[in-house]
Design a protein around this ligand. Sequence first.
Ligand code: 5GP
Length: 127
Amino acid sequence: MAYSYDPQNIFARILRGEIPNKTVLETPHTLAFHDIAPQAPVHVLVIPKGPYVTYDHFARDASEAEIVDFHRAVAQICAMTGVQPGEGGEGFRAITNAGTHGVQEVPHFHLHILGGRVMGRMVAKAE
Ligand code: 5GP
């Protein structure tokens, strides 16, 4: 089934500059900004600028340049926020939610980088 991208989603509006954001890093293909409702001392959202709905959509259809740029941006964010475990930081959790079972709220692929505290259980029990 084809992915259907909603150009009115909130992250698309952020990318168009229609809604402000607290940018941490911008690269040719990627934007990273602070989550509006942080769930940890470090809570950064990393998004590709292209119209991808979920991680698997991005991994399947994005160009190699976009994919490399995105992942290098993730490494930069980990360095900038001081969470890199190999470089003196205490570590982080990277989460991407997809679709209904993943409980994805915003239908534009994003990676949450969470750190600054122990993150607890990997997955909550279903309610
Ligand atoms: P999801 O549940 O889709 O994985 O996560 C969506 C995330 O986007 C949530 O953590 C939520 O707080 C964040 N978010 C929703 N709207 C906005 C917004 O307008 N600005 C920012 N910076 N974050 C947002």
